[in-house]
Design a protein around this ligand. Structure first.
Ligand SMILES: [Zn+2]
Length: 425
């Protein structure tokens, strides 16, 4: 069986591909609220089993299991292995006003398939699964291993993919089939953090005069007022970054520090003894989230040094987290791509074969789980159907012809990657 014959089969079996996308859309795996992916994940696990994968399934959170399938190659020591990664959760449908149909009852209309998750990213999951299905149906046994990861929680910064990496899943290359409009992409990163200012003493409101006026004699401060100083400091750092940092593929000033949420004070009868600021920091692909966190800390500690009260009551930092829902924190490591590497080269070739044009290679304007795989030392890229305008949007949709093209590219790429010897890397 030639690859060309296999590719015609994608066209011949187009309706089956669409049925698979629709089946996935019908599982309402919204996140938040999350904890609702069990059925969808069992469905994927069953599909993978039919193709010959062995399944590793575990709860990351109750009712939110990860599914990792492994399809053993015939000569896994000799031929390249591949990880295909995607998330099963979809963005919340806050209200379905404006949707022309139920977001979880997909319809095909005017060459597009509509429904929550079509673009982000059940279309990608379905296309990759379907490519593997066709290989199996045509009796093709791959020489290298294929690992299929269907993870939870990506929409709320949960550690689905991180747990796959922590479990030790590795490969010679990884593709995150998330929304990229068939461009090959890396990404910048995001880390959230809490900055807390805390006074060791709680003062009654009546003592404010003593605290702030000449001769008052009381060494104390309002945590809220001191936080204003740190927010100003963050703005200065953000501006400094905007001027001094850049990365090809991004507009200037992408490295932002957003003071997103502020909480503080206990009651109008007291001077605020605690203030907490929740910040979101974006950084470039050549930067690491731990270094960025340290840059912010160092700067705020310098700002604090220049203040007579903060100097002795410096802010406390808590960075990242494994879930925006559970611990109000998240990390998306950045992802650098190696344009000369085998992964980009082979995928470019597969894409060009199908679309008769070279793919764009660049940077995603959003974040995906790709950063975790990259951080685990696996050459990784983002490549999937659907565009970001559609991700998370009302009447989310993906073009059917793009979905078909994606499936063909994946079929070609998986086949060729798996038939490439490791030492050729
Ligand atoms: Zn996504």
């Amino acid at each position: 069986m030639q690859l060309d014959d296999l590719l015609t089969q994608v066209d011949n079996h187009r309706d089956e591909l669409l049925t698979l996308v629709k089946d996935l859309i019908r599982f309402p795996t919204e996140s938040p609220p999350a904890r609702n992916t069990e059925e969808a994940q069992s469905f994927i696990a069953e599909k993978l089993r039919e193709i010959g994968f062995s399944i590793d399934q575990w709860d990351v959170f109750p009712h939110d299991p990860n599914v990792v399938g492994t399809l053993k190659g015939e000569q896994p020591d000799v031929y390249q292995s591949l990880i295909i990664n995607g998330h099963i959760d979809v963005a919340e449908v806050e209200n379905d006003v404006g949707w022309t149909q139920n977001p979880f009852e997909p319809v095909v209309k005017d060459g597009r398939i509509y429904g929550r998750g079509t673009a982000d990213m059940k279309g990608g999951l379905a296309g990759a699964l379907f490519a593997l299905q066709l290989l199996k149906d045509n009796g093709i046994v791959l020489p290298g291993d294929v690992i299929f990861q269907s993870v939870i929680g990506e929409e709320v910064g949960e550690a689905g993919t991180l747990e796959c990496c922590e479990k030790g899943y590795k490969a010679d290359g990884a593709i995150v089939v998330d929304t990229s409009d068939l461009a090959i992409q890396g990404q910048g990163g995001v880390i959230t953090g809490w900055v807390t200012i805390k006074s060791p003493t709680t003062y009654h409101d009546a003592l404010r005069r003593n605290m702030i006026h000449a001769g008052g004699g009381l060494y104390g401060a309002s945590a809220i007022e001191k936080m204003v100083k740190l927010i100003e400091g963050l703005k200065e750092l953000e501006q400094h970054w905007a001027v001094t940092k850049s990365y090809q593929g991004f507009p200037a000033g992408m490295s932002t520090i957003n003071p997103a949420v502020i909480e503080g004070g206990r009651h109008a009868a007291f001077v605020a003894d605690e203030c907490r600021l929740w910040i979101t920091v974006h950084f470039y692909p050549d930067e690491n989230h731990m270094e960025i966190a340290k840059e912010v800390e160092d700067h705020l500690l310098k700002v604090s040094e220049a203040d007579p009260w903060l100097r002795h009551h410096p802010p406390i930092f808590k960075w990242g987290g494994k879930s925006m829902i559970e611990d109000k924190g998240e990390i998306f490591p950045s992802l650098n791509i190696n344009q000369e590497g085998k992964l980009v080269q082979q995928l470019t070739r597969a894409h060009s074969n199908i679309l008769a044009t070279k793919p764009q290679v660049g940077m995603s304007q959003t974040v995906t789980d790709g950063g975790w795989l990259g951080e685990a030392g696996i050459p990784t890229i983002i490549y999937g159907p659907g565009d970001l305008r559609n991700a998370h949007s009302t009447n989310e949709s993906v073009e059917v012809s793009q979905l078909v093209d994606f499936t063909k590219v994946m079929l070609t790429f998986i086949y060729q990657w798996s038939h490439t010897k490791k030492e050729e890397l």
